[in-house]
Design a binder for this molecule. Structure first.
Ligand SMILES: Nc1nc2c(ncn2[C@@H]2O[C@H](COP(=O)(O)OP(=O)(O)OP(=O)(O)O)[C@@H](O)[C@H]2O)c(=O)[nH]1
Ligand SMILES: [Mg+2]
Length: 490
């Protein structure tokens, strides 16, 4: 059950006219447990028809919040299963409405039978219908049980692929993210109140706040936002994973490296330079953290039409990757690092980053996103690890791969293990935070120019932007998209 959501000054429900808008108090029902056979399966029902439905399906009344062992009956009163029934009267339930949970045996046919028995209770006065994806959580949002950040954290928690991602989702679900955002929101409101009082009553000469005081408060708010952004972007990266491109000259072992990381012969490997043309994409999970590795064509000048197209695709992969692993052959004689190629790659990455703000939560500095990998270390007659910045590996023997994998995992947000400072967040959350930071930077500029009117306007904008996170000022269609990403029964 979700915790109470924190401060919500206004109700966004009125603004809701989206495709998922609740239908005149329909009662909704769905199988809440995953597909497949399990010892126990749960059918969940929410809405005003629940009390009548309990009598029809369980043939008795239920003491609220007590686990009651009872038979579940179909429309003809025939028992179709038995199990535990739990009744949560409104408003103390997940959705805030009357909720019934029927915990029966976990077979698909049994659960379908129980669900049909619930749906059969539908009447003209009290319709009962199948829930749409995310509709239970959507109702929890409408009934102020959760705010939007918490609602999304429910989906993140269920989808979490690692313990770290679970922790991040829990931090958001228990309101950590919301509280941190609310604190900034409060700070903005406080600042605006003082500032607008000064603007409205200039003759009063009440020194509500000095320009220096505003400056300090703005700086403190920026710092808070920065911390939220850092914690959320790492959380977002952990959820979304990172995209890693393997690039470099031909024949250095990029495809071999992909195969070694994937532990499967995903890409073709031959001694012929220019083997790979198409990009080969492989999704890996390193301790549950999703890492998408892209093998690319070796970069060189070539007359071969097909290979040229492959090289063009390598450049595209470089521009869209969160991390670029530049691979070279450590055993080549003489072992030369492809310096020119490295420079060209960092330039491309820098201009791509300028075009599109990287939302991976990784450092935006291209140098930090371009890693050197020395492959074929098994061929070195003596340890030659001259470059401490690089990763020294062998795709053939597996040497050094654990270190590389560990680093990839860290880059994907794994390293942040300090309790509450990792929030599960989405790309759009980061975008909102970034816009708010931008508004505050502009506010700082207006303050420096002593233009208090414009300063007040920027603070108003910053506050409005931030409130999108709680769902107060979100466009209907965006809310619809968010909830439709859930699966049925949530
Ligand atoms: N000894 C040794 N040989 C390797 C290693 N990695 C790759 N090779 C060999 O190097 C050759 C090229 O390997 P690929 O993985 O096809 O190289 P690539 O970089 O993908 O090459 P292109 O697709 O042509 O750009 C093959 O003969 C591999 O067996 C390694 O770590 N050690
Ligand atoms: Mg290859």
């Amino acid at each position: 059950m979700g915790p109470k959501r924190p401060m919500r000054p206004e109700d966004p429900v009125e603004a809701w006219r989206g495709p998922l808008a609740p239908q005149s108090g329909d009662t909704i029902a769905a199988i809440a447990t995953g597909a497949g056979v399990g010892a126990v399966g749960i059918v969940r029902v929410s809405g005003s028809a629940v009390p009548g439905l309990i009598k029809a399906v369980c043939g008795r009344t239920l003491q609220p919040r007590w686990a009651t062992h009872t038979a579940f009956c179909d429309a003809l009163g025939q028992p179709i299963d038995d199990g535990i029934a739990l009744y949560f009267p409104a408003p103390n339930s997940y959705t805030g409405e009357d909720v019934l949970e029927l915990q029966g045996h976990g077979g698909a046919a049994v659960l379908q039978g129980v669900l049909q028995a619930c749906l059969a209770c539908s009447s003209a006065e009290q319709p009962v219908r199948l829930a749409r994806p995310g509709e239970f959580t959507q109702r929890a949002f409408f009934n102020q049980k959760l705010d939007l950040m918490q609602a999304e954290a429910v989906a993140d928690l269920i989808a979490a692929g690692s313990q770290q991602a679970v922790r991040a989702a829990m931090a958001s679900l228990s309101g950590g993210f919301s509280e941190a955002v609310s604190a900034v929101q409060q700070g903005l409101i406080d600042l605006r109140m003082r500032l607008e009082a000064c603007l409205d009553f200039p003759e009063e000469d009440i020194d509500l706040v000095s320009e220096q005081g505003i400056g300090q408060k703005l700086a403190a708010l920026q710092e808070q936002l920065q911390a939220i952004h850092a914690a959320s972007s790492r959380g977002a990266a952990l959820q979304k994973g990172i995209r890693v491109a393997l690039v470099g000259p031909p024949n250095v072992g990029k495809s071999s490296l992909l195969n070694a990381l994937a532990q499967a012969p995903v890409a073709i490997v031959t001694p012929v330079a220019g083997t790979t043309r198409d990009r080969v994409v492989q999704e890996l999970f390193i301790d549950g953290v999703p890492v998408q590795v892209i093998d690319t064509a070796g970069i060189r000048l070539t007359e071969d039409l097909v290979e040229r197209e492959g090289v063009a695709r390598s450049w595209q992969a470089i521009e869209t990757a969160d991390l670029v692993l530049l691979v070279s052959d450590a055993s080549a004689h003489p072992a030369v690092w492809p310096e020119t190629l490295e420079n060209e790659i960092s330039q491309r990455m820098a201009s791509a980053a300028l075009k599109e703000q990287s939302q991976s939560g990784l450092a935006s500095d291209p140098a930090a996103r371009l890693w050197r990998v020395y492959n074929k270390c098994d061929l070195l007659t003596q340890p030659l690890q001259t470059d401490a910045r690089g990763y020294w590996v062998s795709a053939k023997t597996g040497m050094g791969l654990e270190v590389l994998k560990e680093a990839l995992k860290q880059a994907a947000g794994w390293g942040c293990n300090d309790g509450g400072t990792l929030f599960s967040a989405r790309a759009w959350h980061l975008e909102v935070l970034r816009r708010c930071q931008e508004s505050l930077s502009l506010a700082e500029e207006h303050l420096a120019a002593s233009d208090l009117e414009l300063l007040a306007e920027q603070l108003r904008l910053a506050q409005k932007t931030l409130s999108e996170l709680t769902g107060e000022f979100l466009a209907d269609d965006l809310l619809g998209v968010i909830f439709s990403q859930f699966c049925i029964g949530k």
